[in-house]
Design a protein around this ligand. Structure first.
Ligand code: SF4
Ligand code: SF4
Length: 198
């Protein structure tokens, strides 16, 4: 026995419109489901297709898309902040201490040397926390996204590969002319003004 149920919504026919009433009536007739399906096919046939022809045509992504994380190794001080804040624990950092010889009677200085920096993109959830918290501008978003692998282990990108992504990082957006000048420029202008006075 066929049970009466609520009319099945049809794409393009909204409740309360004449189209919705007609399609609901048609849907209850014998063979009505087929007629409804054909009506939907005919309607969509005349519409412009929105299928993206990827990979023949590359998607036009916004410049700040989160594709992959790039590492600018020279800026990394091995402070470990990114690894500590990462909610997925997918940043692996190894380092050792190096002692620099004393110069001009001063004390010997020690510094951290980065041995390993890797991100496991099979665990990463692209939250961007690591990029946000890095105090030394060593991590950046690149819009590149074509790095799928057959082997999940290959999704752990070591520092050499993370460094390579730096070439794909878009330049920063232009400064808003009505905004405050960047702190670095203001400090440089102040120093230059002091130099002109002396
Ligand atoms: S984007 Fe988020 S999940 Fe991915 S490495 Fe950075 S902090 Fe971790
Ligand atoms: S937060 Fe930045 S500087 Fe610190 S370890 Fe991570 S990438 Fe390096």
């Amino acid at each position: 026995m066929r049970r009466a149920g609520p009319p099945v919504p049809t794409p393009g026919a909204h409740r309360g419109t004449p189209g919705y009433a007609i399609m609901s009536t048609v849907g209850r007739l014998p063979g009505g489901g087929l007629a409804k399906g054909l009506a939907v096919t005919l309607r969509t046939m005349t519409r412009r297709t929105i299928t993206r022809q990827y990979p023949e045509v590359q998607p036009d992504l916004p410049p700040r898309s989160r594709g992959v994380i790039a590492l600018f190794e020279e800026n990394c001080t091995v402070c470990m902040l990114c690894a500590r804040e990462c909610p997925d624990w997918c940043i692996y950092i190894d380092s050792h201490k190096e002692t620099l010889p004393a110069e001009g009677g001063g004390r010997a200085r020690s510094r951290n040397v980065l041995d390993r920096f890797a991100i496991d993109f099979s665990l990463c959830m692209y939250c961007g926390i690591c990029v946000e918290v890095c105090p030394f501008d060593a991590l950046f978003w690149s819009p590149e996204f074509e790095y799928a692998e057959y082997d999940i282990a290959e999704l752990t990108h070591e520092k050499e590969r993370l460094r390579e992504w730096m070439w794909t990082v878009p330049p920063p957006q232009a400064h808003d002319p009505s905004g405050e000048p960047p702190k670095e420029i203001a400090a440089a202008e102040k120093a230059a003004a002091r130099g002109r006075k002396t």
